[in-house]
Design a protein around this ligand. Structure first.
Ligand SMILES: Nc1ncnc2c1ncn2[C@@H]1O[C@H](COP(=O)(O)OP(=O)(O)OP(=O)(O)O)[C@@H](O)[C@H]1O
Ligand SMILES: [Mg+2]
Length: 507
């Protein structure tokens, strides 16, 4: 049967293509391992290697060249060190480390290379992008304009976050740092924000708790977990936040809003210190290598609010840092404080006094989010910070058993109620309407009529009470300018009713 013209043309094309792909003989340089130890290897005989190039060991394991010397290359191992010994062959790949990106990753638990850790199949990638990418340039950025509600009253009222901001969550061990970030992620169930949780060296049990909480309370189908566990190769742990950021940037480029939590950068710095010391780089302050500032700034600079021409997406970063005995002026914490746009400081004393979330309002700040705060909340929260700080100062006096006059006593009682309202159970983020109602109850004096230990019940019952009696309050949005007068009056009335029903029940 004669072949059709179409088929002839097609075969012609294919022949051209195959001819074009003719395999040319080339020289592949093979180096060999000189030394190998805990997560690093030194390689000789690959003089053309470039910085950040992937090296492939005979066993198939990968390494990343981070130290180029005249004779030797220092590389960090990204996989199993088994099968790598002095003398093992290594070749350069000419490639940098890349992470898969795409919508198929959502809802999954993966490592920095997109390999599944949840027992499923590897998620199909739309693209492979370098894990280290340049941050958006100045002209590509827009001002941070929209709020990113965390659902925590103390944060949204006093340390508001904006989309595209970088806010450090800092505090001692076990003071609820992860809990603040998880609540912020859970609160995104009512928005379109994509949440990425990058864990560096976190215990598997804690990571599991986070995933479980998101599954139970959050929108898990819009979450991605990128995990570099403590038992993973140190190099892979180190790469985790960069890979997670790359995975987020894919959505950023599509004009979506992304929230990236990095838990935590102190461990990240420690892993980097370990690798650098093993590679015999000169140690600097606290034995960290000289570029520890740069590894974090080049990561966090990638958080941005993009300009309209680039789709207007945003990547908000919530890095976490752990302090020792509340020392926020240690090397890595001060670096991070200076890189980010503010910090939420969690105070161990408050935590042990059962004030949770244990945010120390005096030491916390949000340098850009204030301008984005929802106007209805802003009006009510304006004086709150000052009132609360004044109360904290006055309260110190009363600790000595000093007699205080009636006015001071009132200020203190009012302050105690502010503090009680700022406490909040885990996994129960508040909507804007609830927050407005709570602040209105504080400012209007409704809470002053309640016993202090009833404030918790007031807060816990509020959502249902509003849904039944004043549902329009729950529909308040971030764009609403001011609280309409009649809604305000209705709210005050509804709140007073709730307070009355609680006092009637008694303590
Ligand atoms: N608002 C809250 N209400 C009640 N319990 C809380 C609250 N926030 C945190 N906790 C509890 O405090 C404990 C420590 O919280 P979390 O693990 O978030 O702290 P962390 O600072 O991340 O700890 P680590 O340093 O181990 O990472 C957890 O058991 C958590 O359930
Ligand atoms: Mg934690």
């Amino acid at each position: 049967m004669p072949l059709s013209d179409e088929l002839h043309r097609w075969i012609g094309h294919a022949e051209v293509r195959i001819a074009g792909m003719a395999v040319a003989p080339g020289i592949e340089r093979i180096g060999r391992v000189v030394r190998v130890g805990d997560g690093v290897a030194t390689v000789a005989g690959l003089p053309e290697t470039r910085l950040d190039e992937l090296l492939v060991f005979e066993s198939g394991s990968l390494g990343l060249a981070i130290d180029l010397g005249e004779e030797e290359i220092g590389c960090i191992l990204l996989g199993d060190a088994g099968g790598i010994a002095a003398g093992t062959n290594v070749r350069g790949s000419g490639e940098v480390a890349r992470a898969p990106v795409g919508a198929a990753l959502l809802g999954r638990v993966v490592d920095a290379f997109g390999m599944p850790l949840d027992g499923g199949m590897p998620p199909p990638a739309e693209e492979l992008l370098p894990v280290e990418r340049p941050a958006p340039a100045i002209v590509d950025r827009d001002l941070v304009q929209r709020p990113l509600a965390s659902g925590l009253l103390v944060v949204d009222a006093m340390i508001p976050l904006g989309r595209g901001q970088r806010e450090l969550i800092i505090g001692d061990r076990g003071t609820g740092k992860t809990a603040v970030a998880v609540d912020a992620m859970i609160n995104q169930r009512s928005t379109e924000v994509i949440c990425i949780y990058a864990a560096v060296g976190q215990k598997s049990s804690s990571v599991n708790n986070v995933i479980d909480a998101m599954r139970r309370f959050g929108a898990i189908e819009r979450c991605l977990f990128v995990i570099g566990g403590p038992d993973a190769a140190p190099g892979l742990q180190w790469l985790t936040p960069y890979a997670a950021c790359t995975m987020g940037e894919h959505f950023l480029a599509q004009g979506r809003d992304v929230l990236l939590v990095i838990d935590d950068l102190t461990k990240h710095a420690a892993v980097y210190r370990q690798l650098s010391l093993l590679l015999r780089r000169p140690p600097g302050r606290e034995a960290y290598p000289g570029d520890v500032f740069y590894i974090h700034s080049r990561l966090l600079e990638r958080a941005a609010k993009l300009s309209g021409e680039l789709g207007g997406g945003s990547l908000t970063a919530l890095p976490i840092a752990e302090t020792q005995a509340g020392n926020i002026s240690a090397y890595v914490p001060t670096n991070l404080i200076s890189i980010t746009d503010g910090q939420i400081y969690l105070d161990p004393h408050l935590f042990y006094e059962d004030q949770k979330p244990a945010v120390n309002v005096g030491l916390s700040v949000s340098r850009v989010g204030g301008k984005t705060q929802a106007p209805v909340l802003k009006n009510l929260a304006e004086s709150l910070r000052l009132e609360y700080q004044q109360f904290l100062e006055l309260e110190v006096f009363t600790r000595f058993g000093t007699m205080v006059d009636e006015r001071t006593r009132k200020v203190i009682e009012h302050g105690r109620r502010i503090r009680a309202v700022l406490a909040q159970p885990q996994f129960a983020p508040q909507s804007l309407g609830q927050q407005v109602a709570l602040l209105l109850a504080v400012q209007g004096g409704t809470l002053d009529r309640l016993a202090l230990d009833q404030v918790g019940s007031f807060r816990n019952r509020l959502a249902d009470w509003l849904a039944q009696r004043c549902p329009e309050a729950l529909r308040l949005g971030e764009a609403d300018e001011a609280l309409p007068d009649e809604l305000r009056a209705r709210l005050v009335e509804t709140l007073a009713d709730l307070a009355r029903s609680l006092t009637a029940e008694g303590p």
